[in-house]
Design a protein around this ligand. Sequence first.
Ligand SMILES: [Zn+2]
Ligand SMILES: [Zn+2]
Length: 446
Amino acid sequence: MGELKYKVLVADDDDILRTLAADMLCEKYEVTQACDGLEAWNKAREIKPALVVTDLMMPGMHGYELCELLKGPGGVPGVKIIVTSSKSFSVDKLQAKKAGADLYLVKPFLPSELLSAAEKLLSGAEERGEGGKKSIFDKISASEASVSSPAAASTGAGAKPVKVRFWGTRGSCPCPGPGTVRYGGNTACIEVRAGDTLIILECGTGLRGMGASLVKEFGSRPMEGHIFLSHSHWDHIQGFPFFVPLYNPKNSFKIYGLHAAHGSLKNVFSGSMAEDYFPVLLSDMGGKLDFVEMAGPQDAGEAKVKYRHLNHPGLCIGFRMETHGKTITYIADHECFARLSGENQESMRQDAEILDFARGSDLIIREAQYTEDEYSKKKGWGHSTFDDVVKFGIAAGTRKLVLFHHDPEHTDEIMDEKVVYCKKLVSPAGSEMECEAAAEGMALEL
Ligand SMILES: [Zn+2]
Ligand SMILES: [Zn+2]
């Protein structure tokens, strides 16, 4: 009887890295490749691999969800999982382990590291034949997950101005008080109006004030809105239960974000409103809420919205929104890969892809939390510096850069200084980019 090779499935959206990993493994194992999480999940159910090597930040289904499905009741019995990622945060390692990963390798890694990890996990594993259990999971079709379609928002004739208003500008923790009167003390929340479409970026504490304003504006008319969530850290969700329009049965809101590292997007909100934390349950809010786990570009009224994974502890995504011929890119929270992990091929590739994601925007709203000095003490916290962000805006060729997610320690005086500092970086770089810091109540028209 000939030697049976273990089946190994390699999932990564980067063609070069996936092929490299497959090449490393193909001498010893029977290797199958998948270019995103959903393809990997479909192939895994079919071939029942002994080992899955997966990236985390893939379009469509991310690596955490793939791990959970593989190790879940309808998954592949006995499968081992190696997660490979450019993210080196301990939170990601912990979450990957919780989701079912057996080992975590930070990219870039040596071929020998991957091989010995695979050997370690497979030694002693039972040789698997064909015909394992059939899956009971019926994941949504691949079509919407794998297609990365260009924006198809209306342009030219009939295009309406796109209005942006900042209701919460702060990162990490609300910090109202005499020192933050001008730039604001509420956490992340931005309103975008594109024609008749209402879009809300983030549910930080600024959402409360926006709700009161919308109630005044709409009166007894029903309200429809699209809420996009980058991630579920407190400063991005804390305003949600205080957003009054959600309690009116006439109103309907779609809430877009990723399937969480453990459980659904809806669960993030119902969990944060559980009886220990809040007097009203999510299920008792009254308004029509629809939680949409993003797996590709999304139509939201008159806007087309794409997402991209960022470098922040846990899952976190940025959005690129195209509407009425205008493009807004929103990136918070994010620490440049190369700043955190040093300049290597992988970190530079990730940074270049994020730059491409933002390229040619009319407006970039970008987290800028630290000075260079502060960064030296807070490296690895998942945030950027003023210098990083100005460089990023210039390289992306944006017309306007708005600094966002201000550090709670940065008073109005400090922010004034930082805005001057950032503006001074622009023209020596040969750019005409406008640069300012978001202030609570600030309104822009594109
Ligand atoms: Zn934040
Ligand atoms: Zn965060």
